[in-house]
Each structure stands twice: as C-alpha cells, then as structure tokens.
Design a protein around this ligand. Sequence first.
Ligand SMILES: NC(=O)c1ccc[n+]([C@@H]2O[C@H](COP(=O)([O-])OP(=O)(O)OC[C@H]3O[C@@H](n4cnc5c(N)ncnc54)[C@H](O)[C@@H]3O)[C@@H](O)[C@H]2O)c1
Length: 363
Amino acid sequence: MPRQWKCAVVGAGTVGRSHIRLIPQLPAVAKLVAACDHVPARAEAELQRNRLPSVPVYEDMAKMLKEQPEIEVVHLATPSGAHLESALMAIEAGKHIICEKPLEVTLDRVDKMINAAKAKGVKLGCIFQGRWKEDNRAVKQAAMDGRFGRISWAGAFTPWYRPDKYYEETSWHGTWKLDGGGAAMNQGIHAVDLLQWIVGPVKSVSAYGGNRSHTKIETEDAISASLEFENGAYGSIVCTTAMYPGMPTRLEIGGEHGTAVLENGLKSFSFQDRKPSDHELVEKLGPAAKPAAPFSGAQANPAAISADLHGRNISSILTSWAEGKEAETNGPEARKAIAIVLAMYESAKNGGNAVKVDYGSHG
Ligand SMILES: NC(=O)c1ccc[n+]([C@@H]2O[C@H](COP(=O)([O-])OP(=O)(O)OC[C@H]3O[C@@H](n4cnc5c(N)ncnc54)[C@H](O)[C@@H]3O)[C@@H](O)[C@H]2O)c1
C-alpha cells in the first residue's frame, strides 16, 4: 500500500533545490519535513520560493536528525565524494536514504554505504532519473523481450559542454576527491547506467582519456572507451564536457534482429518482428514529437534537470519501499555504472590496457 514518507533534504544546491521543490508535489508518497545545507540560506530561499516557510532548516545534519526524529528518509544532494559520511550518519540514526548519483566515488566507499545500510536494515535508493524516461524504458523493454536478437554493438555518447565557469563556481567539480572524476563520473554516468541497464553487464573496458580544454581541473574532460559486454557484444562509451556547444546524449543498440537509437527521444526503433505499436512509439516518443530547443538541455546547462523524471524516480523508490521491495536503483544496482567508469579511469591511466569491471559481491 502506498504511504507518505517523511523526508528531509541534505544539500540545497543545483539538484537539492529540485528535491525541495519536488517532494511537496508528491503528497501520495512524500512529505518534506526538514532541509539542511552548510549554507542554510540556500535551503531557506528555496523553501520561500515554494511557499514552505514552516519547514525547519538546519546547518548541521546531526542536529537535524536529533531534533526531527520523525524524519524517515534522507535525500542526499551533497557533493558526490561526501555522500558516505552523511549516509553513515543517517543510517546510524535508522533513516532510509535516497542518494543522488553517483552513490560515491570509489568502490570502497560505495561498498561501505551499501554494507552499512544492509547491516542496519535500512533502504538505499539512487537517483538515475533517465531510467524513468519513456523512450529509454521502451528500449529496455525491447531488450528484455529479446527483440534485438544477439546484440552486436551498443554505445553511449555524452558529447556535452561545460564552460570553465562551471568548474570555477564550486570547489568540488572536477576534483578527484569530491567529484571522483570529470565528464564520465559526473555527466556521462547517466548514459553509462542506461547502457548497462539495457544491454547487460560490461565485462572489460579499454579507454583513453584526459584533459583537453579545461586545463585548470584535475580530472578528465574527455574519455573514450571500447567495451566488451558479458553477453559477447562490443560497445563504446564516450563522455566529454569539452565539445562546445554540447550535443544531446545518444544511445545506440543494435543486433541481428533490430536497432534502436535514442537521441532527444526515440530516433530509431526498427526490428525484424515489426509491430504496429513500434511506429506509434516512434510517433509518440521520437524527436519530431518534442523538438529540442537549442542549448536547452543538460548537454549545455547543468541546471536543466527534468523535475518530471526526478519525481518519477523518487516516487518509484518510495513506492517500492512501501511495498516492502527494493528500489529498482538500489545500492548494488547503482554501483554498476560507477564500477564501469572506474574501470575506464584505470585503463586510461594504464595506456588503454583492458581492465575487468569489478562488480563486487552484492549479487
Ligand atoms: N541527477 C542529476 O541529474 C544530477 C544533476 C546535478 C547533480 N547531481 C548530483 O547531486 C549531487 C549534488 O550536486 P549539485 O550540483 O547540486 O552540487 P552543488 O554544489 O550545487 O550543491 C551542493 C550543496 O550541498 C551543500 N553541502 C555540502 N556538504 C554538505 C553537508 N555535509 N551537509 C549539508 N550541506 C552540504 C553545499 O553547501 C551546497 O549547497 C552530486 O552528487 C551530483 O553528482 C545529480
């Protein structure tokens, strides 16, 4: 049975503001009962904008957890490499967690989070909102139905652009410690997750990457990998924030019986076992149905976060938990894309040598 979870948001920056805005729009599953940011004015301003002045704001998460025992779920929207400490504090207090992608920035830290939640018996769900986009789900369904036949090749391309200002505005973007990487760990990870979700586990990667134009950041702004999937398919991943003006994410999956291309919608969806509903899907979800405004998407603007998809992702997690089930994007599931990105980094550091993806032992 659906139920309303009492939620608190920690981190009221670009994406935390979205959570503050969204939770009150999901009254069937969620209620916002507190917010927290090291800079409380950020949370206060967003609450004011949304006419929620009575929601208490804290500078310190420990104090919030102590003074607001009714909190059941903590939404973590702090810098990626700082998720673990806040997660452990929330877990210790018996709270469930909805964490922004990526869960953390090393597999050791991800595993600590997953294991701590398991040991305490609390739930962990991650935001990978692209999984709730109808066109992506249609392609996932086609793969589950075996419509591609033997998949030959699949690729995920994130040819995005971020100006230097993007990296200068925060102290954490483009750092190994808190961003865990650059174009792949922060931006491309959405498409990496979709690729492995649709096609299946990536067995090994061979990558080249580095820093082409954002010379002041520590991490890569361009990386390209060749893949071998466990099912035998070959593939590619490309992630960059150095391709002005920023082009849409593109996914291609093709096999002996069909090909699908996702780019601003369902661009191509062609199978030997053609169904009338395929054409209807392309009509409904194809790029022509929703022409993209230039420079408008996340490819060029970090604040272009789809509230609708975030809302569906949050609702799905909370509904699954209310039904006593794991979230679709639970800890072990959300770990997979991080493991692929980290294998790409290891390979790139070692001259493109093939690196096996470490899926750990979470089952
Ligand atoms: N799902 C998406 O599409 C999407 C989009 C953007 C960012 N993100 C993810 O969301 C997270 C946050 O990114 P952002 O761009 O919103 O960052 P941001 O820098 O805009 O905001 C982070 C906020 O967290 C606050 N903060 C930091 N440590 C804190 C702590 N310990 N306690 C309380 N507040 C703290 C900061 O003061 C800041 O206001 C990252 O993990 C990022 O990868 C996801």
